[in-house]
Design a protein around this ligand. Structure first.
Ligand code: SF4
Ligand code: SF4
Length: 264
């Protein structure tokens, strides 16, 4: 059974609780220079989710409105990041989350290029950089709980459940309130479908969503390009092997240095 989250943008009040829960559960740093909430907020290696304040004018009367848009990995049904990852560091689980295994990552950053939503982030400033992103709290889901962010939302803007049930719920909500909601469930078809689904009363484009993304699963494109370029594939494979060996060596040196500092 594949799990999903339905985000109702009309219900989000921008309290930031979801972002705090994400930081606490995943041991992520707070950085003054990179807020997770507000106009200037963005995703980065320590902000796996952000709540962006968007001011826009909407409707025939160009009414001024504020909306809060929670961003994170959308956990695509057929993730381009997974198909682009030669070392199998990124994997789609049966229950929905797209997770990654840091020890398998060779640091090629091809997932960053492949993702149509610009999600994976790199730890540019670290000696041993890793790719980082929301993993949808797979451990919590395995134990029958919901992701940390969805559990704390005080307004029920975030609903966790079965993908097919949430799609039905989203469709019923926008059909029953067709004067209020935009008739579009973002994530139903984008990139072949995603585990995070959004409904809104303001057109998604005005809120900064990637509305130009293909409805075809992106791995279809990635794989067809790779099949056409065997030479590139071979060169890439050799390059990745070199990077893997290089990264392993670098990790060993860094671990040795840490042990020396600790006087081990
Ligand atoms: S949104 Fe990007 S990083 Fe997340 S699963 Fe889809 S392709 Fe991968
Ligand atoms: S916890 Fe809920 S209401 Fe608060 S910012 Fe997150 S989604 Fe919005």
């Amino acid at each position: 059974m594949s799990k999903a989250v339905l985000v109702d943008i009309t219900k989000c009040v921008g309290c930031g609780s979801c972002g705090v829960a994400c930081k606490m559960w995943n041991n992520l740093e707070y950085r003054k220079e990179s807020p997770m909430l507000g106009k200037d907020s963005k995703l980065d290696a320590e902000n796996w989710t952000n709540i962006k304040l968007v001011e826009t004018e909407t409707g025939a009367e160009k009414q001024s409105v504020w909306r809060f848009v929670k961003n994170q990995c959308l956990h695509c049904e057929e993730p381009a990041c997974v198909s682009a990852c030669f070392s199998k560091a990124l994997q789609k689980t049966k229950s929905g989350p797209v997770v990654y295994h840091t020890n398998l990552c060779v640091g090629c950053r091809y997932c960053m290029l492949a993702c149509p939503f610009d999600i994976p982030k790199y730890e540019w400033g670290k000696v041993i950089p890793r790719i980082r992103k929301c993993q949808m709290c797979p451990g919590r889901i395995k134990e029958g709980n919901s992701p940390a962010c969805t559990e704390v939302c005080p307004t029920n803007a975030l609903t966790f459940g079965e993908h097919k049930d949430l799609l039905k719920q989203a469709r019923a909500t926008i059909n029953n309130n067709n004067k209020k909601y935009v008739q579009h469930i973002f994530g139903e078809k984008e990139a072949g479908g995603t585990a995070w689904l959004y409904i809104s009363d303001v057109p998604f484009k005005e809120l900064g969503f990637r509305t130009d993304v293909t409805t075809q699963a992106v791995p279809y494109y990635t794989e067809s390009i790779m099949h056409l370029t065997p030479a590139v594939g071979l060169t890439w494979g050799a390059l990745l092997t070199g990077m893997y060996v290089y990264n392993r060596r670098r990790n060993t040196i860094a671990n040795e240095e840490n042990d020396n500092k600790k006087g081990k």
